[in-house]
Write a new protein. Structure first.
Length: 254
């Protein structure tokens, strides 16, 4: 990208400050997803991250990305899921690492889902050694909270209709690089990385986005949730479905 293209991208980014973004939606930040036959102890899940966690763009938190994804997961596992949302509009990986995750110390879940990175991209923050360190530390903290850590990639922010062409081009390059680095960090630190930074269908259609042309709509989150669950093999689903059940059986015997 030459100097003029970089300048155009920076001008596009400045326009974001005057945008009327969708607010954090009302609704519960915890809930229970029940499926037929799900009589065992629910799988406990907490999702930590940015506005995607809270479902900004929807009328209620229960219609957001995480509950929609977990409904699909519950169905495939044939196990109920107890969910919690810990998110903040505009949260960067730095906030997740140093504010949100530390606030959960002392709690315990079966699964922690980390969802951050999109705001780092939109702030034009480089995916450098500091970013890698924060992701590694976030995974380490998440592993202290749960038996299984899942990291969702940044969204395809370069598809956002509100952005100009120059910013989209810069964001696409940055998104793909961030995904590559995040995959390496997750592989090295025992987290499952779900890379949905490319290939989400319908991102170029109007109904995919809410009225701010920035956050996905309920239908947009539905599409993303279906893409995310497709990354989970049957063997991984089986492993998730068994989390925490051994302890329950041992308690019943005793």
């Amino acid at each position: 990208m030459n100097a003029l293209e970089k300048m155009a991208a920076q001008i596009d980014a400045l326009k974001l400050k005057n945008m009327d973004f969708a607010k954090e939606p009302p609704g519960e930040t915890s809930g229970l997803i029940e499926v037929a036959g799900g009589e065992q102890r629910p799988l406990s899940v907490v999702a930590v991250g940015d506005s995607m966690v809270l479902g900004c763009g929807c009328s209620n938190t229960k219609y957001g990305l995480v509950p929609q994804f977990l409904r699909l997961l519950a169905k495939r596992m044939n196990r109920n899921v107890e969910w919690n949302l810990v998110g903040k509009f505009g949260a960067t990986l730095t906030r997740v690492c140093y504010r949100l995750l530390p606030s959960l110390e002392g709690n315990r879940w079966d699964v922690v889902i980390l969802c951050a990175g999109s705001n780092d991209l939109m702030a034009l923050r480089p995916t450098d050694e500091k970013w890698k360190k924060e992701l590694k530390e976030s995974i380490e903290m998440a592993k202290a909270l749960a038996d299984n850590v899942i990291v969702f990639s940044s969204a395809e922010v370069y598809m956002v209709p509100a952005f100009g062409g120059a910013l989209r081009a810069q964001l696409k390059k940055a998104t793909l690089y961030q995904a590559k680095v995040a995959q390496e960090v997750c592989d090295a630190n025992g987290a499952f990385y779900v890379n949905q930074s490319v290939g989400t269908p319908h991102g170029d259609t109007k109904w995919f986005w809410c009225s701010d042309c920035f956050h996905p709509s309920y239908e947009g989150y539905r599409v993303i949730a279906n893409c995310l669950i497709s990354h989970f093999s049957d063997s991984r689903i089986k492993d998730l479905a068994s989390l925490g059940l051994k302890d329950c059986k041992e308690q019943q015997v005793n």
